[in-house]
Design a protein around this ligand. Structure first.
Ligand SMILES: [Zn+2]
Length: 175
């Protein structure tokens, strides 16, 4: 079975950051989406739905759940951009819907092709919003993962959810 290309996903995210000249936090995910000609539609969706992506006239249309926290919306947008960058072929003629918080999908094992692309899109999103190069600077002072105060401060700085930052720092998204 094909293994998820997390390393490639991470490298692709780094390339996007370089191409858009983004070097600091918070990462301007809207600007990145626009650089791909993406249309972002923020609408109230079912609580279970994080977002979706489909292709219209050759450009990506990204749907985001307006009822979710803005930080979560940013992760969703980054995740959908990941699908656009990494899985364009699979998006042809379909609406790709992300039904659960994509980040909380199990990452360690992949039982299907669908899981595979979700793992890759998550790895892409994590690197896009919390670039390793920037985090390395933050971690010059070692971080205690139970240090809620510092975790919250970091997640605010990067405008991601606290759980996304925790997962990131625990190495969940690292290659
Ligand atoms: Zn997805």
């Amino acid at each position: 079975m094909k293994k998820p290309g997390k390393k490639n996903a991470k490298e692709q995210a780094q390339k996007v950051l370089a191409d858009t000249g983004i070097q600091g936090a918070p990462v301007a995910v809207d600007k990145i989406a626009r650089s791909f000609g993406a249309v972002i539609e923020v609408r109230p969706l079912d609580e279970q739905l994080s977002g979706m992506i489909f292709v219209k006239d050759g450009a990506p249309v990204i749907g985001v759940n307006a009822l979710h926290h803005p930080h979560r919306q940013r992760f969703t947008i980054a995740h959908e951009i990941g699908h656009w960058v990494l899985h364009r072929k699979q998006l042809e003629g379909v609406v790709h819907v992300d039904k659960t918080y994509p980040m909380l999908r199990r990452d360690q094992e992949s039982s299907s092709g669908v899981d595979l692309i979700e793992i890759e899109a998550n790895a892409f999103a994590a690197e896009l919003l919390m670039p390793e190069a920037l985090l390395a600077g933050e971690l010059a002072t070692p971080l205690d993962i139970d240090d809620e105060k510092r975790l919250i401060a970091l997640s605010r700085k990067y405008r991601v959810s606290v759980s996304a930052m925790r997962f990131r720092l625990l190495g969940y998204f690292f290659v």
